[in-house]
Design a binder for this molecule. Structure first.
Ligand code: FAD
Length: 414
């Protein structure tokens, strides 16, 4: 079978690698000219995502993945802070966790290697459709086109393929704008290094501002201790942070700024909301070239709203169907599971449409699950931007901080 995949991001490459191994003729087209020339901070892959990936790629690729990823079980327990830097509580015990965090660029490079010559970069798709004889066709911006037995749209949040299938957008802005950056742990003052520790943390404050600080150390915390196999672009303990604000003309204007100017403006917006200066050091000391901005889009949390098209020989996966904000760290993992499921259905049905029908049923269910988890955090952050929410944040957090101080530190018991 000849399969054309539109989009060589995480899901498209995972599918391309799997179908190639299963002996199908595959072509993956992506508009990017270089797989490493892409943004993104770290991607979390839980046990389900890793087991889906293991069904798609060679064992050697899985070993490289684990050697390049940071194991959650090896980092300290996550913490929740308020905007003044007061500890509010701890995250769940991660000692038994199989999840890993990995740079998006590292993951994409690994998967691109697995797809090899079947990945065609610098190819932007402008439209898809079905020929008069029922054959799916993909058209490129230059006007050239290719046909296939099956076309899969893995072209992300602003998917051309799913827009064609659904006759309109399949997601909408959530009302949150995100900014991300990378800061080497060694670049922070010692007190701030100690406060943040070797863990991921979340800071919340009034009026919708939140600061997630993820901890990535694929060398010291490698999921597989095999340095020769590591492809990680992160070479030492690094905080990978994401700042979030409710969308407004003021916050939107920061997207037009670059590097240092954007960092300074971000810190200013947090300070304006009363955040303690030391909590913002992680932003101030970031590599200016790493500071990116993006709008959080999300599809519906209802399974019946997802993939709202009749089953046929053009389908889609990942963010093209269930665009997921990064607030649950599940978007990439879900795209990989979509890919594994689609490959398995194509393997067990001779009729392509029947395979796609079964696949899309699973796709809707999985999409709704990850969206429900991701939107919980989005709604919580947006709730602090209401008058009662702001009042609750400013009056309740000091009380929660006192309660947290009185509770024993669960990490100390380990
Ligand atoms: C730049 C970037 C950074 C991200 N950073 C993070 C992060 O740090 N943490 C996190 O949890 N999630 C992040 N995400 C989201 C996460 O990677 C996705 O949820 C997940 O990868 C979903 O996989 P996907 O394959 O559906 O889409 P994506 O991985 O987004 O891949 C879509 C691909 O389609 C290509 N494409 C789009 N339109 C066309 C077209 N018309 N023609 C050809 N190619 C096209 C794009 O270039 C892209 O490579 C990021 C996404 C992007 C695009």
């Amino acid at each position: 079978m000849r399969v054309v995949i539109v989009g060589g991001g995480i899901g498209g490459l995972a599918l391309g690698a799997g179908l190639r191994r299963a002996g199908h003729e595959v072509a993956v087209f992506d508009r990017d000219r270089d797989v490493a020339a892409t943004g993104g901070y770290h991607i979390t892959l839980d046990e389900r995502a890793q087991s889906a990936l293991a069904r798609l790629v060679a064992p050697e690729t899985m070993r490289r993945l684990l050697a390049s990823g940071s194991a959650l079980r090896l980092r300290d327990r996550d913490m929740l802070w308020d905007y003044r830097g007061r500890l509010l509580g701890y995250g769940p015990d991660l000692t038994g966790s199989a999840s890993i965090d990995i740079d998006r660029i590292t993951l994409r490079t690994l998967l691109a290697d697995a797809v090899g010559a079947d990945l065609h970069l610098g190819s932007t798709v402008s439209e898809v459709g079905i020929d008069d004889n029922g054959t799916p066709r993909v058209v490129f911006v230059e006007g050239t086109s290719v046909t296939a037995d099956l076309v899969v749209g893995a072209d992300g949040t602003h998917s051309v393929v799913s827009r064609h299938l659904a006759a309109g957008p399949t997601n909408h802005p959530t009302g949150l704008i995100g900014f991300s950056g990378r800061t080497r742990r060694a670049d922070l003052d010692l007190t701030e290094q100690q406060r943040l520790g070797t863990r991921s943390t979340m800071g919340i404050g009034p009026r919708g501002a939140a600061l997630y600080v993820g901890y990535l150390d694929p060398i010291g915390n490698a999921a597989l201790d095999a340095p020769a196999l590591s492809m990680s672009i992160t070479t030492g303990p690094t905080y990978i942070w994401g700042a979030m604000f409710p969308e407004s003309a003021d916050i939107d204007s920061l997207r037009a700024l670059r590097g240092r100017a954007r960092q300074t403006a971000l810190i200013d917006r947090f300070r304006h909301r009363n955040w303690a200066r030391h909590t913002l050091e992680v932003i101030a000391r970031a590599d200016p070239a790493s500071v990116a901005a993006f709008r959080f889009n999300a599809a519906s949390t209802r399974a019946t709203d997802l993939a709202p098209w009749p089953t046929g020989r053009i389908t889609a996966l990942g963010d093209a169907v269930h665009a997921t904000p990064p607030t649950a760290g599940m978007g990439a993992g879900a795209a990989i599971q979509d890919a594994a499921d689609l490959a398995a259905q194509l393997d067990s049905h001779t009729d392509i449409t029947a395979a796609i029908g079964h696949y899309e049923t699973q796709l809707r269910r999985r999409g709704a699950q990850v969206l429900t988890a991701a939107m919980r955090t989005v709604r919580l952050i947006l709730a602090t931007d209401t008058t009662p929410g702001a009042l609750a944040t400013t009056t309740l957090t000091p009380l929660l901080a006192v309660a947290a101080r009185l509770r024993p530190n669960p990490s100390a018991r380990r």
